[in-house]
Design a protein around this ligand. Sequence first.
Ligand SMILES: Nc1ncnc2c1ncn2[C@@H]1O[C@H](COP(=O)(O)OP(=O)(O)OP(=O)(O)O)[C@@H](O)[C@H]1O
Length: 467
Amino acid sequence: MEKDNLLENREHECIYKKILDNSYDEIFVVDGEDKVIYVNDACEKHYGLKPEDMIGKNVKELVELGYWYPKLDVQPYVYKTKKSFTVEQTTILNKKLVTTVVPVLDDDGNIEMVVQNVRDKTGLEDFRNELEKIRSLLEEKSESENNEAFFDECDFGLITYNNKIKEIMKITSRAASVGSTILILGESGTGKGLIAKTIHNSSERKDKPFIAINCAAIPENLLESELFGYETGAFTGAEKNGRVGLIELAKDGTLFLDEIGEITPRIQAKLLHVLQNREYYSIGGREVKTTNATIIAATNRNLEEMVEAGEFRQDLYYRLNIMEVRIPPLRNRTEEIAPLSYFFLDKFDKKYDTHHELSKDLIELFKGYSWLGNVRELENLIERMVITAENDTIGLNNLPEVFVERMNRENIDGKMNYLSLDALKDRYEAKLIKEYYEECGTTRKLAEKLNISQTRAARLVKKYLNS
Ligand SMILES: Nc1ncnc2c1ncn2[C@@H]1O[C@H](COP(=O)(O)OP(=O)(O)OP(=O)(O)O)[C@@H](O)[C@H]1O
């Protein structure tokens, strides 16, 4: 009898856990000492953290790390009032949340734990926007007016959960404040450009200009005149009144030289002079100019190898390399895959006025993919899937064929993920159902064509076409 009770209790526990784990809203429970004792999977889409990253942590610690703001630790307030209340918060992933905080009291009226129900406002806002749109249409407002009111573009910054990058940002913003030269190395698409901008923005020079130039994008002569500027009549075809160079424009701010590995020996020599003496001449100029700009250079080339091969000046390399920063490729930063995916999902949902979720198996697959194009590849992929997905949940079925092919091709050493047989079967089924349903138009005809019941046909259409 006792054994039966135990089993029954365990079964109940399992059911309750399943219900909580699968709740769309986040359920966040804190004990009397401010320690997180439970949070369900929904936390990953809100903060980019898994339940195991949050459980056991002190709420104050999470607040201090900036996972949500305003920096509100609700506990003292709950303890004082012993009443439930609702607050609005924004997370590190820019999710707007509505949190209802409920104290749970024991028999003596003391707080045993605090249960928080956290709902993403985006869905509600979409709904409200829809209503507003309809109302505006009824009032015959112009379409452009609507867009302006509802879909303001936000200025997104750098998202990082990687301790190495966080450390880099701290050290480099200090270095940039005092004008030290910084060299950023990393594969293409790892975010070197964005990191350079973030270093500038978090340095004491943030109110001064940030001037960026891609050294690979323009020919030698043009790069020289762009960087150093020229005087009146310096060469045929020059602008009448001369031109102020980018070094001068950067003044006391930051000059970002992207793809530095591509500059020619002549420009290498001129740049070395600037770095060594903080002085230069504009083309055709006789007066020496000085600069106080912080120089941040970046490249995806191996500069050491280039120095050895005689393609890059060693002295310039040493000058640039005063503070070297290596950005790891995305495949070595798997902890960033989920937050970045949700961040880009949010960004493109806003851009295209849609509302999607990402399936768990898609995120898991992403964590095992090689990402040779790094964050840029992830960003482009999410944008493409947001545009093409017909369902609210974006999953393995929505992966473009080229991605699946690339995934198999790049999996040279067998360490990366492949799609499982079930996932491949699902993809094929989805393709087939979409094609046939388009042709048939009704689930009855589809059922006849595929020789299945109409209930099954309707279920498949719902699964793959969300209708
Ligand atoms: N940590 C990040 N958070 C948010 N967006 C990011 C992050 N890292 C990269 N991105 C985005 O990924 C894209 C590629 O980044 P970026 O251009 O800075 O890479 P890069 O390393 O300079 O590339 P390349 O070597 O080709 O010039 C950009 O759209 C950038 O905004």
